[in-house]
Design a protein around this ligand. Sequence first.
Ligand code: CP
Length: 324
Amino acid sequence: MRHVLSSSQFDRQFLDYLYQLTTTIRRFDKSREGIVYLRSLLPHKRAMLYFTQPSTRTFLSFQSACHILGITASEIRDAATSSERKGESVEDSLRTFSSYVDLIIMRSPIAGLCDRVATLLDATPRPVPIVNAGSGPDEHPTQALLDIYTLTRSLRLRGGIDGKTICMVGDLKRGRTVRSLSRLLTNYEDVKIIFASPENFRIEDDLRRALTRAGTRFEETDEFLPAIASADAIYMTRIQDEYDVGGESATDYTRFHLKASHLTSLKEDCVIMHPLPRRDELDPEIDKDPRAKYWRQERNGMWVRVAVLTMLFDVDSRVQLPDL
Ligand code: CP
């Protein structure tokens, strides 16, 4: 693995390996010796967290993942504090970071920027890996990795993800987590995806084509209740109003809100997920229900990201010790 740019780059073999690695890393974290060992893996590496779009959990989980592995992490969280303010191009800024660090983890409102920067840096004498931590409404591949890890663990007593129905709800047009997760689900057998949204938030054609090409069954509906009632897992998302150009978010979305009163309509073992942050679409009352997995999901994100970093720096084979 050279860069992490899109969830399309991963196959089932990679996913199975990554999740076994993630679970092993979590075992290391259970003892002082294990924690010290993990920290000894990459103390000679430096990472830049370049986040020019707001973030809480992706930023902090990547920063924590760096700390867990001994990586020194520096950050820019606002382009206005960098020389971009003086007219430097974002490409020149990122090339500058590559002079100082061994890895760039970046979130940007610009779709496709990560790919452009990766290509640019690959042609320089110092081609550092790029990790896409969210690229506009386009992709959020490491979120999809942690979502699948959470699904895999939550469904492990029911045969895993294969054969399951996953219902995604919300702003499916501009929600990058939905786009990346849908692509990653094509690696599983006989999965069905139900996309439930208002008409103007339906998925884009490129995702329809990708799912059709992969042979993954999907349907689109604006009937919320039947969709959630038939699902083995529900993936709620918020309206992405930061991408509004003409008041799209004025749409009444309330009939797509998951409320505590809906819980009796769901399958007994339905997995309830949300990439967070949430607004009104997911009732906090649901947090108490054992089917709610979103807090676990965000913590899983840190461990999956630790595993990704070990693979990027080729030290994953050093976290295969069976016992500590
Ligand atoms: N899920 C997610 O990307 O959250 P943040 O925006 O807080 O990073």
